[in-house]
Structure formats: C-alpha cells, structure tokens
Design a protein. Structure first.
Length: 551
C-alpha cells in the first residue's frame, strides 16, 4: 500500500520473539523517499505512529520531505496507512549478533535470510553501546600485510584470531571471556589491540576501562557475538584497590553473559551477550590483585587470561623482526600506518562465509565442526599432560582462537598456513601457563630491586650488633642490627628516596619473596625507626637469613 508513492507500509514487528530479544515497544517498518530522493526504510514505534505530532516529528527527523507533510490531510493519510495491519513481519531485536542463524551487525547490516520474516533489525531506541565498526582502504592490502606481521608475532596471531572468534563463540563450549596482555610501555601492547580492532574497523573500535559496571554491561550487549577491545586498565579508578575490585566484578559479570537484575523503574529487561574481549595494561590482572592485597579467584583466571605481551626475544611483541624492517620499533610504526589506512574488511568476509556454512549445513554441523577443530588443537598442545578442569578451560579459549584462524585461512582472509596459526597460538598458550607461576615486574621495579641489593654488599654494611655507640649515622649506607629478635640489614629510607614511586613499592611488596623478607613494624608498615649513633632514622629492614633468596 502507498500514498502518493511517498510512504509504504512494509511490515510490523513480530510477536513471536525470544524473551531475551523482546523490546518494550512494537514497531512498523515503513519506506519512503527522503529529501535526497533515496528510498529509506525506518522502524517507527507505536508511540510515534499513534500521535500526529510525534509522527510528524519522526518523519521529518528521518529525512521525509517537509513540503509533503505540513498538509494535515497528507499527514492523516500517512498515519492511517501506518496504523493498518501489515501482512509481513519484521524481527526487531535489542542487540546485534546472532538471531535465528542470521547475523546482524551493529550497523544494521543483515547477513543471511530468515525463513518467515524480514530482519532482524535493531530497535531504534536500544540503549546498549554499539561498537564503532567501520571500513577503510583495501581488504587485500590488509590481508597481505597483516598476515606477514602475524608470521613474526605470536601475540598478533592470537589478537587477530581472537577477534574473529567472537563470531564463533556462541557455537562453541567457551564462555564469554578473553585475554589480558600486560607488560612495559613501548613494547607494542596498544598496537596489538589496534591490530585486533582492525578486523572490525579503525582505532575508534578500541574502548578504555574507564567505565561503571552498568556501562560495561551496555558495552558488552552492544558487542555481542563480536569483539570487545579495552585499553588502559589504570583508568578504571584512582585507587588501585578499588580498581581491582571493579575490574574483577566487571570480568565476572562479562563472563556470566548477562547483566544484573535491576528495578523495573530503571531497566525492564536483563542484558545478555556472548563475546570475546581483549585487554591490555602495564600489569597482569593477577599482579593488580596482589598489589592491592587481594587474591584472584580461580574462576577469574580462566575467564580473562593473563598473557605477557613481550614475546621473550627482546623485540617486544615480535619473535622476529618482520620482513622489510630493521627493528621492532620500525615494524610497530609500519603496522600502525597500515591499519590506519586499511581496516574493517575481515569482519564482513568472515561473517558472510560463516553464515553460508551455517545456513547450508545447520547448527549441529557447525558446533561439531568447531568442537572437532578445537580437539585437534588440544590433542597436540596437551599431549601427555594431565590437566584439571580449570586448565582445560584455559586451553579451550586458545583452541577457539585457533579454530577462527584456520577458518580465516579457508575463507581467504589470512595468507597463512594452519601450522603457522597453530604454532603462534600455542606459543601464547605456553607463555600464559608459564607466567601464571611467575611475578611480572616493570623496569622501574627491577631498578628498585637493584637499588636495595646494592646495600646488601658487606663492604657497605656497618655492623651494629657489637654494641658500640660510637657509630656515625652519616658514615654508613646500611647497617646490620636486630629488630624483633631478627638479624636484619637496615637501609635508611633516605637512601632509596626518589628511586621509585609508591606504586613501584606496592608492586615490589606484592612479590612473595620480598614481602616475606621485609620486616614490618607493629603497625604493619615496611619501615622501622632504628637507633644509629645519636639519630633514629626510618629504615627498611630485611631479614638477614633471607637475602640470598631475593630474586
């Protein structure tokens, strides 16, 4: 039906919708020529098409020619048309991602076809935060060069493959979660996130950790069946303890795949999602917790897995310098320039090819195929190793990234071999497992340790245990004495002042060997007032019997 060929009623929103997708409003899908002469389709809610004023505002705000609607008779005719019953149905949903075997992108692009209705389409007034997908430059340029960089970096291999695996996670045995890359600045962490984001768009796709729990849920629902990239964990809160508490809660909520139940006065539905997340920060999530006097629960460690961003070859995120470059720094600059020009193409091809497989073979086939490919990875990685449930869940997450990488090769998105993907993902898995039993430290903490250890040298230590009172405080740098009945090396705090920040000290005391060696006072502080000559300076006191054990 149409009026003056300007407005057509196409469909009305379906009633038979899964509870998790239901919207608070009903909609009609209409089409009309906008002011530029282009045919556009828009969803108008019952609230808008029931009121002449709201209906007029809706049409004008969506580009309807103003000259065609100021006439009241014309508006009445349009409203009469919209209020008629449409035969066709359109599936209107609250979030992007998978709906009935069809993929809906955050930009409302539908990949696949529903059997008995139009859509799906995103509700116009949804309140989740949609990811900023985009597409720039050439997909072939991205494929050729990014594949080359991935051959030189297991970290980039995992980042890109994990990004693609967001499309698969709903059809796997893997829960929502992901990876947190940690390490010093200037080794390529942020660049690694940008490369993962380039699967979906430009640098605007990357978000930061500066959010509330509710904000995290909105981001998660918007990134459902896709990738969530978070940078700058330190922005979460000015208090390290509070930051860890919030991060732990956010990670737990994300892995649950649903938001908190809130009062209907504020939110009439619970948010839901499936996604893969990639994060980066200077410290591991585990170290953040230890610095704040907290311990990560076992479940947290398998939801978002800590991985050292440094590949261990003194080349930052690279194992080898990529072809055509003379240093890792030059390679970082090169890849940033590349993905700034070419991005956002991989997601389209991967989604389309995967939807073709799904609609040709069905959901059961797809699930079995993914499980079979995961098992292929796990059989090689865990060969001859007995693992518990927690370790198996960690391995499963890497296995899903491997599956996505292999599919991307078959879909001609990556110019790699399956063995290259396997070796890259396995390297990250091995490093993640090994690092779980190590404490990562920044360059500043290493320098702080070196400063302390310098004063352990016997030539610099003055022995106060002889009982002599003729000791000049200014003549020594470190002193052997007794505190709480223990023989200690006391180092005046003035000697270390300026060597590090309070954050660096917190990180140092979070390390078990240093935490055990430092002798605390009765108030739990890490310094004591020690009588040296006629002065009583504050000193760091280390258990003499434990000095050789300090790393």
């Amino acid at each position: 039906m149409e009026i003056y060929t300007s407005v057509k009623l196409i469909a009305e929103s379906s009633i038979d919708v899964p509870e998790s997708d239901k919207c608070n409003k009903t909609y009609k899908l209409i089409e009309f020529h906008n002011r530029d002469g282009e045919m556009v389709g828009e969803l108008i809610s019952h609230v808008d098409y029931s009121s002449p004023t709201r209906c007029k505002e809706f049409l004008l705000s969506n580009g309807f020619p103003s000259a065609s609607i100021h006439d009241k008779g014309r508006l009445d005719q349009i409203m009469q048309l919209i209020n008629e019953n449409a035969i066709a149905r359109v599936l209107v949903v609250r979030r992007p991602g998978w709906h009935g075997g069809v993929y809906l992108s955050s930009s409302n692009e539908v990949i696949g076809t529903l059997s008995n209705q139009l859509g799906p389409m995103l509700a116009p007034d949804l309140d989740c935060q949609l990811p900023r997908e985009s597409k720039n430059g050439s997909g072939n340029e991205w494929k050729a060069h990014v594949s080359s960089f991935m051959q030189s970096s297991s970290r980039l291999m995992l980042a890109v493959c994990s990004g693609l695996s967001g499309v698969l996670i709903r059809y796997s045995n893997v829960q929502t979660g992901g990876f947190h890359f940690y390490g010093d600045s200037s080794i390529g962490k942020s660049t690694m996130l940008l490369v993962a984001a380039s699967v979906y768009g430009n640098r605007d796709f990357v978000r930061d950790w500066n959010m509330t729990e509710t904000g995290a849920e909105e981001l998660a629902e918007g990134a459902s069946d896709s990738l969530l990239v978070l940078d700058e964990l330190k922005l979460l809160h000015s208090s390290p303890v509070k930051a860890v508490e919030i991060a732990s809660q956010i990670i737990y909520n994300l892995s649950e795949g649903r938001g908190k139940c809130r009062s209907k006065a504020y939110q009439s539905f619970n948010r839901k999602w499936h996604l893969v997340m990639i994060s980066a920060g200077e410290l591991s999530l585990n170290n953040h917790a230890k610095q704040s006097g907290l311990n990560q629960m076992a479940g947290e460690q398998v939801r978002v897995i800590d991985i050292p961003a440094d590949a261990g070859e003194e080349l930052g995120i690279f194992e080898t310098i990529p072809y055509g470059y003379t240093s890792s720094a030059m390679a970082i600059d090169g890849i940033k320039e590349l993905i700034n020009k070419h991005n956002g193409h991989a997601k389209n091809r991967f989604r389309k090819r995967f939807v073709e497989l799904l609609q040709d073979h069905g959901e059961d086939f797809i699930k079995k195929r993914i499980a079979r490919s995961q098992k292929k990875f796990l059989d090689r990685v865990l060969e001859g190793v007995e693992v518990n449930g927690q370790q198996k869940r960690i391995a499963d997450r890497f296995a899903l990234a491997y599956v996505a990488g292999v599919m991307a090769i078959k879909f001609r998105i990556l110019e790699l071999t399956e063995e290259e993907v396997f070796e890259g993902i396995k390297k990250c898995f091995d490093d993640a497992v090994n690092s779980r039993f190590e404490v990562y430290e920044t360059k500043k903490v290493k320098a702080l340790k070196k400063a302390f250890k310098m004063y352990f040298d016997d030539e610099l230590v003055i022995d106060l245990t002889s009982g002599s009172d003729a000791v000049d405080f200014e003549s020594g740098k470190a002193f052997k004495t007794k505190v709480k009945g223990k023989l200690v090396i006391a180092i005046p705090s003035k000697e270390i002042k300026g060597a590090a920040t309070s954050k660096d000290f917190k990180e140092l005391w979070a390390q078990p060997d240093w935490s055990d060696a430092i002798v605390k006072n009765s108030e739990g502080r890490n310094t004591h007032q020690i009588m040296i000559g006629n002065q009583k300076p504050r000193c760091y006191c280390f258990d003499y019997s434990m000095l050789d054990q300090l790393s």
